[in-house]
Ligand binder design. Structure first.
Ligand code: AMP
Length: 356
């Protein structure tokens, strides 16, 4: 067990790292943030920080010496970085989960290999392969980059009349994945914590609504038939078990009109759709991450309230005064300075009486 007083190393300096560091501090841990940016949301809340590139071996060695356990707050941290650190300190979740989550093709292949349903997909490595894949998959599809895409970046919608060569150029990478378009009724996610002893705790499935490909609103809980909610949780648990994951796993899924649940993406880290847990649950996703990676007992994921979490994107953050005036609203700002269009500047969670 890594006891309170120890130092947690966090790779990445964004808001997820910031909220993890705040939760860790409440339990008496120190956090040391490692990121290339000099000032970041996470480094603003802890005095222990390393500003260096993810390939800086000397800085990584010093960081490993300074911490007791390592986690990461975004999955684009190079897996090699996690592997270098894993030689010296426990890295939780491990580099293997990171490798899978940062490559859409590896991710889909892994899910397929463990019997988890996804949209039909094909790997595509050029315009000719794209033509063949489009014939296999069907005329409505989404072309995505295999690596580095998030918030809808590197994605191109394919329709029956699309110019495939133009779509390939627009995607802009050497390898992509073509997925059939899922006509979903809603998008949901399940966040689950899994401890060093394999015990787990899952938050109720939530509904996620996007605007311009960026998460806009999370509704907790999602209004789902009980068997769909149970299936979604079972899928998340199965994935976490097969990854032997220690930490947090977020699983994004599509629910179709017939109640089918298809996995879109997995993220082995805190997730934007779990921010509501800070204000509405006995244990937040961030505290749960700290507990899991330090080998502490997991907390209760029970909610005392229902909640609607609204991201404050770009200039929306200027509504912070109004949010402060609402009795049921909980405001979280990430310390990012001037609003930038499309950037997540903060969020507001509005608490509602629990309905079920
Ligand atoms: P992603 O970056 O894969 O999470 O995709 C961003 C968003 O694009 C998702 O949350 C969906 O709203 C939409 N999307 C992605 N893949 C598909 C798909 N195969 N079918 C329908 N919508 C999709």
């Amino acid at each position: 067990m890594i006891e309170p007083g120890a130092t947690i190393g966090i790779l990445g300096g964004g808001q997820l790292g910031r909220m993890t560091a705040l939760a860790a501090a409440r339990l008496g841990y120190r956090c040391h943030v490692y990121c290339p940016e000099r000032e970041s949301p996470a480094t603003l809340v802890t005095p222990f920080a390393t500003t260096a590139g993810y390939d800086d071996r000397a800085a990584l060695a010093r960081f490993a010496e300074a911490v007791d356990v390592v986690t990461f707050e975004f999955e684009s941290v190079p897996a090699d970085t996690a592997e270098v650190l894993a030689e010296k300190r426990p890295v939780r979740p491990g580099p293997a989960a990171l490798r899978i989550a940062q490559d859409r093709l590896k991710e889909k292949d892994f899910l397929h290999s463990i019997g988890v349903a996804t949209a039909p997909y094909r790997a595509v490595a050029g315009i000719d392969a794209l033509g063949r894949a489009a014939r296999d998959i069907g005329p409505q599809a989404v072309l995505k980059t295999v690596r580095g895409g998030y918030d809808g970046k590197g994605q191109v919608a394919i329709r029956p009349d699309s110019d495939l060569a133009a779509a390939w150029r627009e995607m802009g990478a050497e390898i992509g994945i073509l997925e059939s378009f899922v006509d979903f009724v809603c998008e949901i996610s399940v966040i689950l914590a899994r401890g060093t002893d394999g015990r787990w705790a899952a938050y109720v499935p939530v509904e996620n609504r996007h605007a311009h490909h960026i998460l806009d609103t999370t509704i907790a809980p999602a209004r789902l038939a009980p068997q769909v909610a149970t299936r979604a949780e079972a899928i998340a648990r199965h994935i976490a078990d097969r990854l032997e994951l220690v930490g947090l796993l977020a699983v994004e899924m599509f629910v179709t009109a017939t109640g089918e649940v298809l996995v879109n993406e997995i993220a082995p880290r805190p997730h934007n759709s779990g921010h509501w847990t800070i204000d509405a649950c006995a244990t937040s996703q961030f505290e749960q991450l700290v507990r899991a990676i330090c080998g502490l007992p997991l907390g209760s994921p029970e909610r005392h309230s229902d909640a609607v979490m609204k991201n404050l994107i770009g200039a929306e953050v200027e509504g912070w005064r109004e949010a402060l005036a609402e009795p049921a609203a909980r405001l979280h700002l990430y310390g990012k300075g001037k609003p930038v269009p499309g950037r997540k500047m903060g969020h507001v969670t509005r608490l509602l009486p629990r309905r079920s």
